[in-house]
Design a protein around this ligand. Sequence first.
Ligand code: NAD
Length: 361
Amino acid sequence: MNLNILVLPGDGIGLEVTREAVRVLRVVAEKWNHQLTLREGLLGGIAIHKTGGPFPAETEKMSIEADAVLMGAVGLPEFDNVSPEKRPERGLLGIRKTMGVYANLRPVRSYKALLDSSPLKNHLVDGVDMVIVRELTGGLYYGSPRGITGEGTSSSAVNTMAYSWVEIERVARMAFELARKRRKKLASVDKSNVLEVSQLWRRVVTAVAPDYADVELEHILVDNCAMQLVLNPKRFDVVVMENTFGDILSDEGAVLAGSIGMLPSASIGVKKASGAWTGLYEPVHGSAPDIAGQNKANPFGAIGSVAAMLEYSFGLTEEAAAVNRAIETVLNTGRVTADLRPAGTPATTEQAGEAVCQAIG
Ligand code: NAD
């Protein structure tokens, strides 16, 4: 297979973790005989420095031409006080829009070696393996009318949660298809006892369910879901929800894994004729200015994003599983970066990446 990938390392530790993720990609391509076409572009603070904007036209063009995009992280402290439209993070919104990605997937899984790093008791978190699917382009964050009117104690504010049938259906179908490839369980999260938007959400999910009769569907209210994620997270396989609920619950899911440096994510869009999705893959963490340039950052979130890319955009499930297994193998050897508090001397970013490559090879 030809893997045509755009790499956008971005800022801070984005550069360091992406370098290791690309190294892993090269090892996978060699081992499984795939042709790798890699291009590199500018996004975020580095793009502002070199071109004047966070999402240059050249990057936009390359992102349209690529089958998948691997990103590091964006953000530089020097832009902390500038207006939102001039910040590096604006580049993220730009590329998401260009690629038409409408669902954010966050795989959440526990690793035996990290059970003690989780805030939950070991027996609750051991064996957790779920994917949280968050709708990314609709709902409260984008709906209108929005805004604050009036002054002082007579001011008031409004935001609008709006979804169309089509917006709900496409993300619901994506979640069903994902569930089909996993343990065939889908939990759809809503607040249909109070919100009309959630009533439509439930109606649409129920309407498409017969097309996926092999998947067991459960509807769960968002407040109950928040509780179940800490009481019994193992019960979940794929969990799908609208934007705001997903923003909140995916962070709750994230802490189960132990360190933010461990977490991959995938933003998925159009389904191609091959059955694969276009996608944007990145670790959940930011550019971590406090440790940038020190070869200390945990590269496993970025490497896990490579696994997600192989699986969702290229359908290479065997290769994806091999990368995830290699991460687990390295975790078990304790050759890990400082954030995972290893017993001995912490590994550098580079050493941790190299260890994953060796475990695959
Ligand atoms: P952050 O995720 O960069 O860092 C939070 C803390 O976690 C820091 O102490 C950092 O050292 C640590 N950390 C993060 N990733 C790590 C890793 N891989 N290994 C070890 N430790 C790690 O969040 P922040 O400090 O709030 O934000 C820093 C900058 O990143 C800001 O400019 C912010 O806007 C940006 N940001 C970008 C993204 C993105 O690119 N998707 C996401 C979040 C934040």
